[in-house]
Design a protein around this ligand. Sequence first.
Ligand SMILES: NC(=O)c1ccc[n+]([C@@H]2O[C@H](COP(=O)([O-])OP(=O)(O)OC[C@H]3O[C@@H](n4cnc5c(N)ncnc54)[C@H](OP(=O)(O)O)[C@@H]3O)[C@@H](O)[C@H]2O)c1
Length: 401
Amino acid sequence: MVELVETPLRDLVSTGSTTGTPGAVEARRGRSPVVELAETAPGRVGPASGSGDGSPTSTGEVCSEPAYTDWHVHIVQSSSSWPVRMRAVVYDRYGPPNVLRVEDIPIPMPGANQVLVEVAATSVNLTDWEGLRGTPMYARIGGLRSPARRVLGSDIAGRVAAVGSGVTRLHLGDEVYGDNLGLMGGFAEYAVAPESALALKPKGLSFAQASTLPQAGSIAFQGTARVRRGQRVLINGAGGGAGSFATQLAVRAGAHVTCVDNAGKLDYLRTLGADEVVDFRRSDFTRLEPFDLVLDLVAHRSVLAYRRALTRGGRYLFVGGSVRTLLRVVTVGAALGLLTGRRLGLLIARQGPSHFVPVADRVLAGDLRIHIDRTFPLDEVAQALAYVGEGRALGKVVVTP
Ligand SMILES: NC(=O)c1ccc[n+]([C@@H]2O[C@H](COP(=O)([O-])OP(=O)(O)OC[C@H]3O[C@@H](n4cnc5c(N)ncnc54)[C@H](OP(=O)(O)O)[C@@H]3O)[C@@H](O)[C@H]2O)c1
């Protein structure tokens, strides 16, 4: 039976062990669970030798007599022992899916304004595949030679299992979902996330469904925000996570929508309401009619081609693709657009509940649908990432611990 309590940290570690409160936390050496708690910065609670951001540590040492002040952490207490270790899918170098392995690692502790989420589902985004491979180069931001985060997985859904200091909106046991792109960690049994990244999960959505929305839904919501009835919209890479939502949002806005993806996804895109579908291996969309909006999730063409694809006053938005294309879009593309009455630029998707909750509301209202292609267990994260990265997924793929 699981019971939820609030326990001052110093009670848990007051005697140099971590068993100060009966049954709250058990810590033993050897093969048994070990908890590592230490003061990392004023107002924060975190692992003794970790990065200070709540990410897992690797040493497995019990720290002696840390100098706790008044900070509190909410602990999920069980009748036996706090599960201080968890299964997680980790990697230490960029590479193919076989660099991933399942490991038993310490559960991360939430810092100030962070919560610990017991993960029920994590959806796969192309950003996970890019973070695994370390390509495009922007996937190495914060970790040029080796990954900054050992555990991938940003779109999490689960229950709040512990909260750090300063958390006011969320409580133990709350069902939440959100995009944890900054800290990642979703391909594990527990993940730490900032409170600000999470929203309460609506009862009408399963954890798996909720996990599909934060990143893909936010990109789609912001990418189609200005679409108006009668406009001609093209979505490149429409059959994936963000594209599936963007297609539906543009169709609902009354646009004439052309979807580009591989041949195997075109029937699926018609079911989402696409007016036209294009196999990117057979046709170059920049040589079709001009569009009022091109939303490009997999950009790799020249800015001249993109300019050609736009009506006068039309807009091209780079969402993802090669760094070379990105740099050209923000330099030459922006200038070319100004000179020719078009706009070429980046969509830098803002994160947080206000950008994906409206999408969830539309799903609950029956206006949009979530397509989960496949669900994989935690042991098969490598297969799940390959399934998305190699382009076999229709819509979203979800991992459940
Ligand atoms: N700008 C931001 O703020 C921001 C934030 C987060 C993520 N992102 C980016 O958003 C992008 C979309 O992510 P996602 O999770 O929706 O990706 P996804 O689910 O993998 O979807 C991408 C789709 O594009 C298709 N595709 C691949 N190559 C193509 C080509 N040459 N022409 C047309 N379609 C092609 C893929 O199918 P096949 O592979 O089968 O061909 C797949 O259906 C990623 O690039 C990610 O880096 C941007």
